[in-house]
Design a protein around this ligand. Structure first.
Ligand SMILES: Cc1ncc(C[n+]2csc(CCOP(=O)(O)OP(=O)(O)O)c2C)c(N)n1
Length: 302
């Protein structure tokens, strides 16, 4: 086994087997979610993070149907609400690696307010935005990222509203980490997710995802013809915000992928809390005794 494969599949404290779940995948054949699930597991193994130290939150949708296909602590929440759930976990225990997954439907509509505030608060979460440019689980409605005028099942004449460029939007909000990757490139996704996990703050990762059943517009081939990696740009400096903002704009001809921006001076939310600075315990440790007392009291009455 090459050393690269060894890191992805097996590491000092953890191996891919530890993230195994024997539940059967229910996604369509060729769905981008298969690659995303593989890359997420590989990234965790390559970062040597054990399932006990990981918390994965899933939104509702096809992306969320991955929640029981991976081992470890997981929570499958409400549509558009994955960021508040992840925030609670990240604040309760700063030692956890918190990974949140959401679709473009959830993130750009119901959940868009949560996204805005998570970016400005810089919670220490890795957020994977599965952008298949439609609401897939409810069968192909146009979302805010569906390309304008493209016919979808819910809008056969195309959607008249402008398309939202997610990465450009996220950068305009001042994200401390903004990356874009492609569901057809497991190796790049793995490396980008690793970088997101290592970043201290809210890491936004847009995954351009093909949806073979409901999105006949932005297909795997459509992306393959347009995407390029920022490593192909000579001297690209991903700590330069203006360069990132500039290359994030084009979503139709040449689409930039990789870590577009990572703020080296990012200060995550928990480090901004003066009253938690000198604590060696986590909030989750501090409520343990209260939980014990209430359990004892409760047991007396039943
Ligand atoms: C609050 C709420 N609104 C609507 C729904 C119905 N619903 C379930 S899945 C889904 C589509 C999800 O689309 P997206 O978030 O893009 O995820 P994908 O299925 O594409 O991964 C919708 C609208 C719901 N469950 N809860």
């Amino acid at each position: 086994m090459s050393s690269l494969c060894k890191t992805y599949f097996e590491n000092e404290n953890v191996s891919l087997k530890d993230y195994y779940s024997d539940n059967i995948y229910t996604w369509c054949t060729n769905c981008g979610n298969y690659g995303i699930a593989a890359a997420t597991k590989r990234a965790l193994v390559a970062e040597n993070i054990e399932p006990k130290d990981t918390f994965m939150c899933f939104d509702i949708g096809c992306n969320g149907n991955g929640s029981d296909k991976i081992g470890g602590y997981r929570l499958h929440g409400l549509h558009g609400r994955v960021i508040p759930v992840a925030t609670g976990a990240a604040l309760a225990n700063r030692n956890l690696s918190v990974i949140a997954s959401g679709g473009d439907g959830a993130t750009l509509s119901e959940g868009i307010g949560h996204l805005v505030h998570a970016i400005r608060s810089n919670y220490n979460i890795t957020f994977l935005m599965h952008n298949n440019c439609n609401y897939a689980l409810t069968k192909g409605q146009a979302s805010a990222s569906t390309r304008q005028d493209v016919p979808m099942d819910s809008s056969p004449d195309g959607t008249p509203s402008d398309t939202l460029n997610f990465m450009n939007f996220v950068l305009s909000l001042g994200a401390s980490f903004a990356a874009r990757t492609f569901s057809g490139n497991v190796q790049q996704m793995t490396e980008v997710i690793r970088a997101g996990i290592r970043h201290r703050g809210f890491s936004v990762i847009e995954i351009l995802q093909n949806c073979p059943t409901y999105n006949k517009d932005t297909t795997h081939e459509w992306y393959q013809d347009r995407i390029y990696d920022t490593i192909e740009i000579k001297d690209y400096d991903n700590s330069n915000f203006d360069s990132a903002l500039n290359i994030s704009k084009d979503m139709s001809e040449r689409i930039a992928t990789g870590v577009l921006f990572a703020n080296p001076n990012s200060v995550p939310f928990d480090q901004r809390l003066e009253n938690r600075q000198n604590y060696s315990t986590e909030l989750v440790d501090e409520v343990k005794s209260y939980n014990q007392i209430s359990q004892e009291l409760f047991s007396r009455f039943i």
